[in-house]
Design a protein around this ligand. Structure first.
Ligand SMILES: Cc1cc2nc3c(=O)[nH]c(=O)nc-3n(C[C@H](O)[C@H](O)[C@H](O)COP(=O)(O)O)c2cc1C
Ligand code: SF4
Length: 475
């Protein structure tokens, strides 16, 4: 199945007609405004902090730290790009592990005492770059994303999973070769891990980050705990128990790092794992009966926001107002988390027009925002909109469907997009992310991540050739 490229939907009428033909509800503004009074250019007041505009850089790691979890030049270049993007909210930079066994790869950054100086320098580099380009950092808010990779931990070797899981999973255990209970984290293990999140948060505050994101998305441990319906003990079963991990981390941070703001990035709904079916097109791995999706309706492909809305109420009670909405997992249902026309090497051909996936994330975010107007929400999954990203983003912000438009892949290929939109510049077509997925395929094959097709820096790296060979072998 092939879908028309977004770049061929040249006029608002073309775009609207195509969305209508898909039966997709994705409202957009025909004209994009510029300047500080525009919907995307206007500031946002969060507590005593002004955030200068409505663009947010989503966290994106590059698999390019040192073995002991310090940034390298490649990491620094990415953070510099975040700084020069013009976005005024930096949601966590990238996933940073709170300890060794929680690293998603042996090159993931780590928030250890030894790395504190480097984490300070990384933030300062981003801020200094931002200052050079935009003259002030007073209205810039920078946080750090803290993570434990749980089921998807590869702390020692890129090719070896060393999973630490919340519960045995019928599909994912098989897919990732987990055959015993050994990988399950006990309640005592989780209590120790809570302490490690608090210790890392204290370090993040010392390193000058204004908030920490206690990561609850993408199939990593925090997210998996939310779907531990059958897990016995203090961290499983009821929603109260499944949020104990988050609640205890929050109360530890309040005690040990007063003044540090707290946010969470959450996969607010999930589907069953997908796998390549006939002609490599993705199909659900389960057939219509799936109970492990937080925010799912137990069919494996449907949404039920009852629990996610209760989760938002719990966050409100915890005074955690910063929430970045995402969904699913790049490991088991990438088409919903990162809608793309070309799948990553471990994926499958898109089972739906990627615009359907974009609209799903945007519409769920809207429902969450409408029920929780006092919460500060960042949306995700906009990159596939390409030329239409500013139009859709502007409409969503202007109508109060979301507070910030989060940018992931688009910023790897086109870092200065937010600055261009706010300045009223014509978008640079050659830099627009076309969702080739090389930034996901590369790390799946042990290569550092980056935009190999469009960023001249990565284009000229020897790794590009290696990646092309791998892609040739797969196709
Ligand atoms: C190379 C790459 C690395 C990513 N790393 C992270 C990460 O460290 N933490 C996280 O929460 N999401 C991560 N993501 C997901 C993005 O933040 C974002 O949710 C996703 O790309 C969808 O947004 P987009 O359509 O703007 O790309 C990553 C995505 C990519 C492509
Ligand atoms: S490699 Fe570049 S063009 Fe491809 S998805 Fe990533 S950012 Fe977009």
């Amino acid at each position: 199945m092939s879908y028309p490229r977004v770049s061929t939907l040249k006029t608002a009428n073309d775009f609207r007609a195509y969305l209508d033909s898909l039966n997709v509800d994705l409202p957009f503004d025909e004209n994009v405004e510029s300047g500080k009074q525009s919907a995307l250019g206007q500031s946002f007041q969060y507590s005593s902090q002004t955030i200068g505009n409505r663009f947010c850089i989503l966290p994106m790691e590059g698999w390019d730290g040192t073995r002991d979890g310090k940034p390298t030049d490649l990491t620094r270049r990415r953070w510099q790009n975040f700084g020069l993007s013009g976005a005024k909210l930096i949601w966590g930079g990238e996933a940073v592990a709170v300890r060794q066994d929680g690293r998603a790869n042996p090159n993931q950054l780590m928030c250890t005492e030894e790395n504190l100086g480097e984490l300070v320098a990384l933030r300062e580099l981003l801020e200094q770059t931002h200052l050079e380009y935009f003259g002030t950092t007073d209205d810039l808010l920078v946080g750090l994303q803290l993570t434990h990779s749980g089921r998807f931990a590869r702390p020692n070797e890129k090719s070896r999973l060393e999973p630490r899981i919340a519960y045995r999973h019928p599909v994912l255990d098989q897919k990732f070769a987990i055959s015993s209970d050994e990988a399950i984290l006990s309640d005592d293990d989780l209590s120790k891990l809570i302490d490690d999140f608090v210790i890392a948060s204290v370090r993040a505050q010392k390193a000058g980050y204004k908030f920490v994101d206690i990561k609850h998305c993408h199939g990593y441990l925090g997210h998996e705990i939310l779907s531990g319906y059958d897990r016995p003990g203090r961290f499983g079963g009821s929603l109260e128990n499944r949020t104990r991990f988050l609640r205890e981390i929050v109360s530890g941070i309040r005690a040990e790092a007063p003044g540090l703001e707290i946010g969470t990035r959450v996969s607010i709904f999930d589907f069953s794992p997908f796998e390549p079916g006939e002609d490599r097109i993705g199909v659900p791995s389960t057939n219509g009966d799936y109970k492990f999706a937080f925010g799912g309706d137990e069919t494996g492909t449907g949404i039920d926001l009852t629990e996610p809305q209760q989760f938002m109420q719990i966050l409100r009670e915890l005074e955690v107002k910063l929430v970045c909405i995402s969904c699913g997992s790049p490991y088991y249902n990438p088409h919903m988390q990162r809608p793309a026309i070309f799948p990553p090497s471990d994926g499958y051909l898109p089972p739906e027009d990627p615009l359907v996936g974009v609209a799903r994330q945007i519409n769920v975010t809207r429902q969450i925002k409408e029920a929780n107007p006092d919460m500060v929400l960042v949306g995700s999954g906009y990159s596939y909109l390409q030329e239409w990203l500013p139009n859709v983003g502007q409409h969503a912000v202007k109508n109060g469907h979301v507070d910030f438009v989060g940018l992931g892949r688009m910023v790897l290929s086109y870092p200065e997009l937010p600055a261009d939109v706010i300045a009223g510049e014509v978008m640079k077509r050659k830099k627009i992310c076309r969702t080739f997925s090389d930034c996901t395929t590369a790390p799946r094959n042990g290569i550092v991540s980056g935009c190999y097709p469009l960023d001249p820096f990565y284009k000229s790296m020897p790794e590009r050739q290696e990646l092309l060979e791998i892609k040739k072998e797969i196709s």
